[in-house]
Write a protein that binds this ligand. Structure first.
Ligand code: 5AD
Ligand code: FES
Length: 345
């Protein structure tokens, strides 16, 4: 395993079966070696800086029915909401005052946010805060739509691939959704000049070390500017409610590997990681992550954007969330940086 780990750190590439072996044969020793190499790699590029992205959850209305997701259309127990363009702009203004220079607009696939409406929001945000980066995380859209939003000023787009194994993808999604379209969207985003983010859940139902190896190989080939990974956490009103949550240990292990696969990647210590363990985000950073995403959504909607049970940060005001993360990062010897935080390569 030692030799494999050094091969990964030096060549940033392993064979599919080698990735699988690295996961299957993991132990405290391999984890420690990977973590040390990942942290060293990250320090060389980003120092002890941790970038922040202000997350604005603009709608929990979704036309999709992903089996794992708490805001799937089939969940009748969710109180649906959608922020108005004015509310979204106000959240960004507040975030700007708090120092944020990157905003992520995330939501379900809500047809209200057509190109005209979403494009206007992006343009208005850019006009008010020209030094900010805007990231969209609004699901699968057409090439024309991505192109138009890019022309309005969107810089980055997050679209987790969810799993790089087609059969696995089909077990997590209803038949009207397709693995091929998801991958097509990611290629198109890249082609249009977005900084693209992919990602997956750790410990999702039916995941195996083989499918995880495929995720890692996909990341190696795609070289995403951003990669969001966090543990799967069951949601009580979904068909996958009885499956166990992913672990902190495996998530951190994979964060280290991903850092070594693509050293400059922007890698968040996710809210889901902070949800399964009170020190999850800190441990994520200490395994090689370099981004955190405090919540800027209006407090009265936060509880409603529940993709999984017991999500943290649902009661705090934006400023509290920011201060909380500041303190957490300082305690472990890192520093929050509010700059745009573009990838360094
Ligand atoms: N547990 C963890 N993550 C989830 N997501 C959706 N549902 C869950 C869940 N139950 C993730 C998906 C999606 C992102 C926005 O949130 O990977 O892409
Ligand atoms: Fe949101 Fe701590 S980060 S409350």
């Amino acid at each position: 395993m030692q030799a494999l780990i050094h091969k990964l750190a030096e060549t940033h590439s392993l064979e599919l079966n080698e990735y699988e072996a690295l996961i299957t044969n993991r132990n405290e020793e391999t984890a420690k070696l990977l973590r040390n190499l990942a942290v060293r790699t990250r320090l060389e590029i980003y120092g002890r800086d941790v970038f922040v992205r202000g997350l604005i959850e603009i709608s929990n209305i979704c036309k999709n029915d992903c089996l794992y997701c708490g805001i799937r259309r089939g969940n009748k127990n969710v109180e649906r909401y959608r922020l108005t363009p004015e509310q979204i702009i106000a959240c960004a203004d507040e975030g700007y005052e708090l120092g944020f220079r990157t905003f992520v607009l995330q939501g379900g696939e809500d047809s209200y946010f057509n190109d005209e409406i979403l494009g206007d929001i992006v343009r208005e945000m850019k006009a008010r805060h020209c030094d900010c980066a805007i990231t969209l995380s609004m699901g699968e859209r057409s090439y024309e739509s991505y192109k138009y939003l890019r022309s309005c000023g969107a810089d980055r787009y997050l679209l987790r691939h969810e799993t790089a194994d087609k059969t696995h993808y089909e077990k997590l999604h209803p038949s009207e959704m397709s693995y091929d379209n998801r991958m097509k969207c990611l290629r198109e985003l890249r082609e249009l000049g977005y900084h693209a983010g992919c990602g997956f859940m750790v410990g999702s139902p039916f995941q195996t070390n083989k499918t995880l190896a495929q995720d890692l190989k996909f990341i190696e080939n795609f070289r995403p500017e951003m990669c969001g990974i966090g543990p799967f956490i069951p949601h009580k009103d979904t068909p996958l409610r009885d499956y166990p949550a992913g672990t902190l240990e495996l998530t951190c292990y994979l964060l280290s590997i991903i850092r070594l696969i693509y050293p400059p990647v922007l890698l968040p210590a996710t809210t889901a990681l902070g949800t399964i363990n009170p020190m999850g985000r800190e441990l994520g950073i200490m395994s090689g992550a370099n981004v955190v995403m405090p919540n800027l959504s209006p407090v009265n909607v936060r509880k409603k954007y529940e993709l999984y049970d017991n999500k943290i940060c649902t009661g705090e005001e934006s400023a509290q969330c920011k201060d909380c993360l500041n303190n957490r990062m300082e305690k472990i010897g890192y520093k929050i940086v509010t700059a745009r935080g573009d990838i360094k390569r």
